[in-house]
Every structure is written in structure tokens, then in C-alpha cells.
Ligand binder design. Structure first.
Ligand code: C5P
Length: 281
């Protein structure tokens, strides 16, 4: 038997850090939204019971026990004992180190697929708590909705009635930002004069990200990119997603994408990854 599912990327529409906690994590208030950009997972039931084989289209993604998909399988195995033999192949489209939740989404969707393939019918609360063990933003990807997330990000509440038909341009420079580093720098970081970190409002939704402060201090090019984008015609708002390095722009329907892409290449170079996408709701 074969099972397939898509694992959507996300952006943080807002990310407010409330305080550093005693366990080293940061208490958050963040609103996350799924995107139509997605990885694709295929699960095949094969091999002897208890065996698990993981492959990925992107050779730079580790395929050992450190991979979150493999960790998802192990988490269910610990809970339920030996599982039927299975293999998962991951077709990677979302870049990593990007603040787009790629690895977390793969983990969440793997939990769902493994549950389905082994016919475990685990309750959503069980899947959510396994997801929270795998990573702070993994539970969000089990909700298929825009969510307000609190705690370290693992307490997820769908936002009812929020239907945003946004056209989004994702811009990722050829470097990633390690999430633990970004959080660790947050408290002592400073704003760069002339860069606007304040709230932007689009269709009643606030865009703001407290992690821009530490990340922009180290990677000034991201601050320059945001500043430039904000002054382009057809750009309704722009923000870094999560801990970066992706900056996104919310585009008006009349925005000239190719003019924007040319301007971005002139500003940051040809190595940049650009992707048009939409909110998946
Ligand atoms: O939960 P996750 O494994 O994705 O977190 C990666 C790292 O990011 C944590 O080890 C921590 O250093 C940092 N983090 C944090 N506060 C959060 C979420 C993540 O400090 N709310």
C-alpha cells in the first residue's frame, strides 16, 4: 500500500517574544499561516515489521536518526511498540534554515501518514503531543489552518473566520539562520537606525517579528532587502519569517513580479531563491 501527502511550508504573520523561560525556551505569541508551497511525502508499506527506510530528493538533508521524519517514526514506535515495515520518500521543495518550517511540517505529516498506514487511529491530542516533543512548531502543521500559537509555540488555536487571499513572494538568501542562535541573541540585540520594525497592518492582520532585531544585526542585507521591498509599488507589506533567513512580501494583485525579481537580483545577487506562493486556506 502507498500513501501520499503534502507538507505545507508556513510563514509567521506575527512573532512576539514575551520572555525567556527557565527551561531555555522563549515564551511566544505567534500567528502562523500555511502556504501552498509544500514538500511531498510518499509512504510505502514494505519490509519486515519494525524496519523503517527514509530517503530524500535533497542530498543535503540528513537521512539518519537526526531527521525529524525518522524521529516521528521512532516516537510512534516508542508509544505503540513495533510497527509494520515502511519506507518514506520526501520530495523536498521548501528550503531549510529558512524560517518556513519545512522540517517541522515534514515531521507532522509523517506522524499522520504513519498513523494512517499502521491503522493506529491515534487521537488528535496524542498526535499533537507527539508533535510537540518533536519541535515547537510541529503541532501547528496538524491543524491545517491559520493558528495563534503560545507557550514555546506548541499550544495551537485556529483563528476562526480568517480568510486571507494573499499572494506572497518568498525571498531566501543563500544562507540559513540557526533558530537557537536567533533566540539566544534576541534579548541583547538592538534595532538598526533607519530600519522599520514596527507593526504593518494588512486586511486587519498585523505583521511584526521580534526576531528581525537580532537577525538583521548580523545579516544587514536582510534589513536592506526589507527596507527596499517596503518602498516598491504593489508590495502591501514585508517581513522576515520566523528566525529567517526568508523575507516575504505580500503582493497586491497588480504587482509586477518580474520587475520585483529584477530589483531583488540587483540588490542581493543572483544566488537568491525566489518563490511565488499563496496562503493555503
Ligand atoms: O523546538 P525547536 O526544536 O524547534 O527549537 C529549536 C531551538 O530554538 C530551541 O532549542 C531553542 O534554542 C530555540 N527556541 C526558543 N524558544 C522557542 C522556540 C525555540 O528559544 N519558543
Amino acid at each position: 500500500m502507498k500513501f501520499t501527502a503534502t507538507a505545507p511550508a508556513k510563514i509567521n504573520l506575527s512573532l512576539r517574544i514575551l520572555r525567556k523561560r527557565d527551561d531555555g525556551f522563549h515564551e511566544l505569541s505567534t500567528r502562523m499561516a500555511p502556504l501552498t508551497l509544500a514538500d511531498r511525502l510518499t509512504l510505502e508499506c514494505c519490509g519486515s515489521p519494525g524496519t523503517f527506510h527514509f530517503t530524500c530528493s535533497d542530498p543535503s538533508v540528513p537521512s539518519d536518526e537526526s531527521n525529524l521524519v525518522v524521529k516521528a517514526f521512532r516516537a510512534i514506535e516508542r508509544l505503540r511498540g513495533p510497527l509494520p515495515g515502511m519506507a518514506i520518500h520526501l520530495e523536498k521543495c521548501t528550503p531549510h534554515g529558512a524560517g518556513l518550517g519545512g522540517g517541522s511540517s515534514d515531521a507532522a505529516i509523517a506522524l499522520r501518514l504513519i498513523d494512517q498506514a499502521a491503522d493506529l487511529q491515534l487521537p488528535q491530542e496524542t498526535l499533537l503531543s507527539l508533535a510537540a516533543e518533536l519541535g515547537s512548531d510541529v503541532p501547528f502543521f496538524l491543524m491545517d489552518a491559520i493558528c495563534d500559537c503560545t507557550g514555546r509555540g506548541e499550544h495551537v488555536t485556529p483563528v476562526p473566520g480568517l480568510r486571507l487571499q494573499w499572494r506572497i513572494l518568498l525571498i531566501k538568501l543563500p544562507f540559513g539562520v540557526p533558530t537557537p542562535w536567533a533566540y539566544a541573541q534576541w534579548k541583547d540585540s538592538l534595532e538598526i537606525p533607519g530600519i522599520d520594525y514596527s507593526e504593518q497592518e494588512i486586511d486587519g492582520t498585523i505583521l511584526v517579528n521580534d526576531l528581525e532585531r537580532p537577525v538583521f544585526q548580523k545579516h544587514f542585507i536582510l534589513a536592506e532587502l526589507k527596507h527596499w521591498l517596503r518602498h516598491q509599488p504593489g508590495v502591501r507589506g514585508t517581513l522576515m519569517s520566523g528566525s529567517g533567513s526568508t523575507v516575504f512580501a505580500v503582493l497586491a494583485p497588480e504587482a509586477n513580479l518580474s520587475a520585483l525579481e529584477t530589483g531583488i537580483h540587483d540588490l542581493v545577487g543572483a544566488e537568491v531563491w525566489l518563490q511565488e506562493t499563496h496562503l493555503a486556506i
